[in-house]
Design a protein around this ligand. Structure first.
Ligand code: SF4
Ligand code: SF4
Length: 348
């Protein structure tokens, strides 16, 4: 399957990314300890738009651009393929509890491999996408940062290449961390860098790594929205999961700002997150975003214009006087709680 998509890209044909990801997800269904979605869980947003090939920016590259893409696609697909293969090699864990020293070593390894921020979460069932499953409900979540110069060119191929590079690094780091955990006697399964079977921004917010902004992306200290996210599922039962999140004021700021709403070329970001039938909130119109995204190298204008990505988290925080009347959107850490997450889009 991975070979087929790579061949398609190199030949300039339209590969089915959704089909590829569905194939990858299927490997996880063998797990004995699998955790399944809540009835309120959302479906994963498909990548494919149904637009004709002539309108898909990544399908209309010249030879030099194709080589640039291939340089990112090969390591990404290779690491994703090896990561998915770990689901076909389930481990019988000999350990269930990790010492603080072991976890400190794990975090140090993650940073050495290129992760920026790192946290732990017990995955609520409503964060597992509909019709998917995760191997365990405990998870590590980490970010990798994206280069500001490249993001500032969005929408562009340079920006898209930086995004692809981020995906490749995430696939590599998640696989290495899973192997490290397995070598120590724990069960561990890397999240799929592209796609994934759970809502990574929701997990990252629950892990205290940042807060989801009105553009539906995680905003973090340091890089703002210029991050990508991935996870590793594990059987470690005593992970120090976050009990609080100091970044939720970010959404109060969003209610005053709305720069992403004004800047979105597809007018896909709602003025204010909208209530979903299941109690959740939705930030963007996926169909509008996806069509523009597909025609314009993955867009990322909302990442670029966000003040947290430009001025930086500390500067925004220092200048913010608060907004007590801002609507409060909160994500519940309760595994059985009927989804109150902000729905997010495929940019992360
Ligand atoms: S651009 Fe403004 S409203 Fe949009 S996510 Fe960033 S801070 Fe929030
Ligand atoms: S990525 Fe989507 S939501 Fe963000 S600015 Fe582009 S079209 Fe709008």
């Amino acid at each position: 399957m991975f070979r087929a998509i790579l061949k398609s890209v190199l030949a300039g044909k339209s590969p089915s990314l959704d089909l590829l990801l569905e194939g990858a997800d299927a490997h996880g269904h063998h797990s004995q300890s699998a955790v399944y979605p809540a009835p309120t869980s959302n479906a994963r947003t498909p990548f494919e738009s149904g637009l004709p090939r002539e309108q898909i920016s990544m399908m209309n590259l010249n030879a030099a651009q194709k080589r640039q893409v291939a340089r990112r696609m090969v390591p990404l697909m290779w690491n994703m393929r090896l990561g998915v293969a770990l689901y076909d090699r389930p481990v019988r864990p000999t350990q269930q509890e990790a010492t603080p020293e072991f976890l400190a070593g794990l975090e140090a390894l993650a940073r050495e491999l290129g992760a920026k921020d790192f946290g732990y979460v017990q995955v609520p069932r409503d964060a597992v996408f509909r019709d998917k499953s995760i191997p365990y409900d405990m998870a590590l979540v980490f970010t990798v940062k994206m280069d500001q110069e490249a993001i500032n060119t969005a929408p562009s191929l340079d920006c898209q290449l930086e995004v692809m590079d981020g995906y490749g690094r995430m696939a590599f780091i998640a696989r290495k961390l899973a192997l490290h955990l397995r070598a120590a006697g724990f069960a561990a399964y890397p999240g799929t860098a592209l796609g994934g079977v759970s809502d990574y921004p929701q997990l990252a917010e629950l892990a205290g790594l940042g807060a989801i902004g009105y553009h539906g992306l995680l905003i973090t200290p340091g890089e703002g929205a210029r991050v990508r996210l991935n996870t590793v599922y594990t059987n470690i039962s005593n992970l120090p999961v976050s009990q609080q999140n100091e970044h939720l004021w970010v959404r109060d700021f969003c209610d005053r700002c709305r720069k992403c709403v004004r800047s979105c070329p597809a007018e896909a970001i709602f003025q204010q997150p909208q209530a979903r039938g299941n109690g959740g909130q939705q930030c963007i119109d996926h169909g509008k975003c996806r069509d523009y995204f597909t025609q314009n190298f993955g867009c990322a204008v909302c990442v670029k214009v966000c003040p947290f990505s430009q001025a930086g988290y500390d500067k925004v925080k220092a200048g913010f006087r608060g907004h007590p009347d801002a609507p409060q959107y909160r994500i519940s850490p309760g595994a059985e709680f009927p989804g109150t997450g902000l729905e997010v889009h495929h940019e992360q």
